[in-house]
Ligand binder design. Structure first.
Ligand code: ADP
Length: 347
């Protein structure tokens, strides 16, 4: 399986002196293979992401307060919506909260700009995805001069404080800036005009925004320099090749979740006792069917856990579960089978 040359969290992380003008939007930082190899790794990571998301959700249900927030920013046609749909496609819908932020409503405008953002934060155990975000309040608001500079300028610091507060409350914040080139944006807008099935995605206002390209680049440059913190980092994604941001965001999200070291919550009941009681309500045939299925279902859980442990080990240098661990799990499976056989024989 071909994989990353460099951890994308390092390859894509905006540096303090990040120069957006020099950023190659058709590059694939950290990845030297082609799209087919990317698709293969994506499929594999997707399974892992699903497993990790379920663990996060289970931990949330068990009372832990951890959540993850992916902020996705980018100009029209950069592919924000596509990434959100794609990444979310891997995980259980009840475990994600997708939210898009458009022009504020009258009610929203009557409040502080972070009001609508706070209301949309992911609850414990959830992965939140923001398609646009509070960053619009230092991007479009600045470029279109919706408020004077003395109002938007202090927002960078305010946003940093807000995100620090989120981090302290248990939300891991990941920020993705999808950067498409001027040429590629032109091609994508033209395609939307050519295809009747894409007209709904086009608005004549898109050309007005495009005409302010350089003002937006400048505004993004400031965002990337001034709100790129260790606790809420910006990852800048070249977006001219559609598959690359999908691959990179999936990888960054998977690695982030793997590093949360999410363990399945421990049962707060006596498993053996519950098994005994449940068995009493089952027919002998059903019990036999359950005995036959034990090895496969327990082995599935083991394979998933091992894959998570392997990824965690490959990114953090943690130790892999040893052979002893495998023997221990095999013994555990045997114990469960034996317990169920005894319940069957006792009937
Ligand atoms: P999209 O263009 O992403 O498909 P919409 O058609 O809902 O989605 O457009 C969102 C629009 O809302 C964008 O033009 C964006 O600049 C604007 N917008 C988002 N947040 C704000 C804000 N805080 N103030 C003003 N405009 C905003």
């Amino acid at each position: 399986m071909k994989t990353w040359d460099i951890d994308p969290r390092i390859a894509l992380r905006a540096s303090a002196d990040f120069d957006l003008a020099a950023f190659d939007r058709s590059s694939t930082p950290g990845w030297s293979h082609d799209k087919d190899d990317a698709d293969k790794l994506l499929a594999r990571r997707g399974r892992l992401l699903s497993e990790l998301q379920e663990r996060l959700y289970a931990a949330g249900r068990a009372g832990e307060n951890r959540a993850v927030l992916c902020v996705v920013q980018g100009l029209d046609t950069a592919g924000k919506g596509g990434v959100a749909r794609h990444v979310m496609g891997y995980v259980d819908p009840q475990g994600v909260a997708l939210r898009s932020f458009g022009v504020p409503t009258e009610e929203e405008l009557a409040h502080h700009y972070l009001w609508r953002i706070r209301k949309a934060l992911p609850p414990a155990g959830r992965i939140g995805v923001f398609d646009r975000s509070h960053y619009e309040d230092v991007l479009v608001v600045r470029v279109d001069e919706l408020v004077p500079p003395e109002v938007w300028q202090p927002r960078f610091e305010e946003i940093n404080e807000f995100e620090a507060e989120l981090t302290e409350s248990g939300i891991t914040v990941l920020k993705f800036a999808m950067m498409v080139s001027y040429e590629e944006q032109g091609l994508r807008l033209m395609e939307r005009l050519d295809r009747p099935d894409k007209h709904w995605k086009y608005s004549p206002g898109d050309l007005k925004t495009r005409s302010k390209w350089f003002a937006y680049q400048e505004a993004y440059q400031d965002v990337l320099r001034r709100t790129n913190t260790d606790y809420a980092p910006w990852y800048v994604l070249p977006a001219d090749r559609k598959w690359y941001p999908r691959l990179a965001i999936t990888e960054i999200l998977t690695r982030t979740l793997a590093e949360l070291e999410l363990a399945w919550p421990k049962a707060d009941f006596d498993v053996a006792e519950q098994r005994r009681e449940l068995a009493r309500t089952m027919s002998a045939a059903a019990l036999q069917q359950s005995i036959d299925a034990t090895r496969d279902s327990m082995a599935d859980a083991l394979t998933d856990s091992l894959e998570v442990a392997e990824l965690a080990a490959s990114i953090s240098g943690a130790n892999l579960p040893s052979r002893d661990h495998e023997a221990e799990v095999a013994a555990q499976i045997d114990r469960v089978i034996k317990a169920k056989q005894q319940l069957r024989d006792a009937r």
